[in-house]
Design a protein around this ligand. Structure first.
Ligand SMILES: CC(C)(COP(=O)(O)OP(=O)(O)OC[C@H]1O[C@@H](n2cnc3c(N)ncnc32)[C@H](O)[C@@H]1OP(=O)(O)O)[C@@H](O)C(=O)NCCC(=O)NCCS
Length: 274
């Protein structure tokens, strides 16, 4: 088995979007090329290559007010369990420390096993839910369009720092929709295998569930949503409407606590973005 010590950590560029996509598709993740382009242009994406072949990645995405997200921690199956993810995440943390950034991530169970020993501590939990068969035919009762400035303000209130750059980029993508009904508002964007609903804000669980029901009746592709686990009535409402819980994610933080959001959202933008 080849060693990994001679594999250098390199910084990737937007030219690596397709190779990154191949790695996330291998892990059956939902990111598409637009997601990779966002990380590669707005963040610092580190990788390792075996000859010309990209075999591993980890991304550090700086946000605002001293916060950053770590994501896209991927190691191709053949190279797993040789310390590569640990080296790449450690390199992200060195960069974050240099910039005095508190780092956050949403870990899969396998990822949490890597991050715990590095010093990340758990915060809230998420549940990924999937609706494989929404409406057969998009009906005309689609929820009305929401206001992007409102979404940005509500996002900042819940996560505790500004993510205008991310939310504007999402909403400008072809196929994205920003919808609103009553107190609820959600962004929907394309993914590789499913459309992603989130972030989603609402005053209460019934309003959040009603908006998701309206969205699912106006969408024809499979949908996924990353719900905050403590929003128990929301998750109960979704499962009653046919959504299936697929997997957990554990939010973790490395570094000093920064501003806490006032209230958790019902669903987040995605584990790769927070
Ligand atoms: C999770 C993943 C990135 C780990 O990459 P890796 O290079 O194999 O990780 P490391 O070799 O640095 O692992 C360090 C330690 O973490 C733990 N660990 C890593 N993968 C694990 C797994 N699948 N199950 C349980 N523990 C695991 C082990 O304690 C390991 O040390 P050991 O091999 O000496 O026992 C890789 O399995 C992967 O790409 N998985 C699919 C995508 C994914 O889930 N990414 C994480 C997103 S948060």
């Amino acid at each position: 088995m080849a060693g990994t010590d001679d594999l250098a950590i390199v910084e990737l560029s937007v030219d690596d979007a397709q190779a990154g996509l191949a790695l996330s598709a291998e892990a059956h993740w939902n990111q598409n090329e637009a997601d990779w382009r966002f990380f590669l242009s707005q963040g610092i994406v580190l990788g390792m290559r075996d000859r010309d072949h990209l075999i591993a990645t980890a991304a550090l995405l700086p946000y605002s007010a001293g916060n950053a997200w770590i994501s896209m921690v991927l190691v191709t199956a053949k190279w797993q369990r040789r310390g590569i993810a640990t080296r790449l995440v450690d390199a992200c943390l060195v960069t974050a420390k240099r910039r005095d950034l508190t780092t956050w991530l949403d870990a899969t169970p396998a990822g949490a096993a890597v991050y715990g020993p590095l010093g990340f501590t758990p915060t809230l939990e998420l549940r990924r839910l999937r609706l494989t068969a929404p409406a057969q035919e998009a009906n005309t009762r689609a929820p009305p369009a929401g206001n992007l400035d409102d979404l940005i303000v509500r996002d900042q209130r819940t996560i505790g720092f500004d993510r205008e750059m991310l939310l504007r980029e999402f909403s400008e993508r072809a196929g994205s929709r920003l919808v609103s009904a009553g107190s609820a508002m959600a962004l929907i964007r394309d993914g590789r295998v499913a459309r992603h609903v989130g972030p989603l804000f609402a005053q209460d669980a019934p309003a959040a569930v009603a908006l998701v029901d309206a969205v699912s009746q106006s969408e024809t592709r499979p949908l996924i949503i990353d719900a905050v686990h403590s929003q128990a009535d929301f998750i109960k409402g979704l499962t009653a409407s046919g959504w299936a819980i697929e997997r957990p994610f554990q939010r973790m933080r490395f570094g000093r606590p920064t501003t806490q959001g006032a209230e958790p959202p019902f669903a987040v933008a995605g584990p790769e973005f927070g």
